[in-house]
Design a protein around this ligand. Structure first.
Ligand code: FE
Ligand code: FE
Ligand code: ZN
Length: 278
């Protein structure tokens, strides 16, 4: 069995996210600690965070997958953009450490904005080495990307290259979040899930795979577009998504929907996924 959930809004506070997740019949979820475009985080209300922790414990949730803002670019060439990205990373990580320890925080490795990935990779790793702490409870996940624009991390090799440059003392706190829409758009043909997972294992190691973003794609494999679709309504298709969610090597992981849905749509997709395990 997997843990299953969706991306939920933080707008009504942390406890409300837990209640929303319960209303979806979810047992994990993803959320932004601040606007996905950056900006200042909403101050966390400690009692509210404690109420969320109680919900998670009582209902046996799997690990949550907090998402750093997608504008956060640790390999930006403009110094003020890079500095801001580092402030955002640290701020979100600190909030998790203070109020929701032991969860995952995934981020888009970055956009190399013309420098080339080979230049950007050590810059990203250097930022992680300065911003992370060996004693932190949060595990940082690199997200597999679609290769849109100058995105870093559209190949397993690029993610491996970042991981290789992370300080050995921080390695226990590093993992990967595989987004099915992104890898599909990046050219990994999920209709042959065995080959994709074998490749992931060979290049990165399946032990690093900590979370899945389960999305269909509006585009064919290799399109490098990154446009998510509802499950079964895109090019990946329901059978292939089912083969991912039910794959023996992926059991126990948190699976998060980032499909273009409101809450009823998420509730229906979660029900569909749960039916695959009956
Ligand atoms: Fe993402
Ligand atoms: Fe994603
Ligand atoms: Zn995406």
């Amino acid at each position: 069995m997997i843990h299953i959930g969706a991306h939920v809004s933080v707008a009504k506070g942390w406890e409300a996210m837990g209640k929303t997740a319960l209303s979806l019949n979810a047992d994990t979820f993803a959320f932004f600690l601040r606007s996905p475009r950056g900006g200042n985080p909403k101050p966390v209300v400690p009692e509210n965070a404690a109420a969320l922790r109680a919900i998670l414990e009582k209902n046996h949730f799997g690990t949550l997958v907090a998402h750093a803002p997608y504008t956060m670019n640790l390999c930006a060439t403009k110094e003020y953009v890079k500095e801001h990205a580092e402030d955002v990373f640290l701020g979100d990580l600190q909030n998790l450490e203070d109020y929701l320890p032991g969860q995952y925080m995934n981020f888009h490795p970055g956009s190399h904005v013309g420098q080339g990935s080979d230049v950007a990779v050590p810059i990203i790793a250097d930022a992680l080495n300065r911003l992370m702490e060996p004693g932190q409870s949060t595990t940082i996940l690199l997200e597999t990307m679609a290769g849109k624009g100058s995105e870093v991390g559209a190949t397993f090799e690029e993610l491996r290259a970042i991981l290789d440059l992370v300080d050995p003392k921080l390695q226990d706190h590093m993992g990967v979040c595989l987004d099915t829409c992104h890898v599909w758009d990046g050219g990994y043909d999920l209709t042959d899930i065995e080959t994709v997972l074998e490749k992931f294992d060979r290049v990165i190691g399946l032990g690093r795979l900590k979370a899945i973003h389960l999305n269909d794609s509006k585009n064919p494999c290799g399109a490098h577009k990154d446009r998510h679709e509802k499950l079964g309504q895109g090019y990946i298709g329901m059978d292939v998504l089912k083969s991912v969610a039910t794959h023996p090597k992926l059991q126990g992981l948190p699976f998060v929907l980032e499909t273009p849905n409101e809450l009823p749509g998420y509730r229906a997709e979660i029900a569909t996924i749960r039916s695959w395990f009956e």
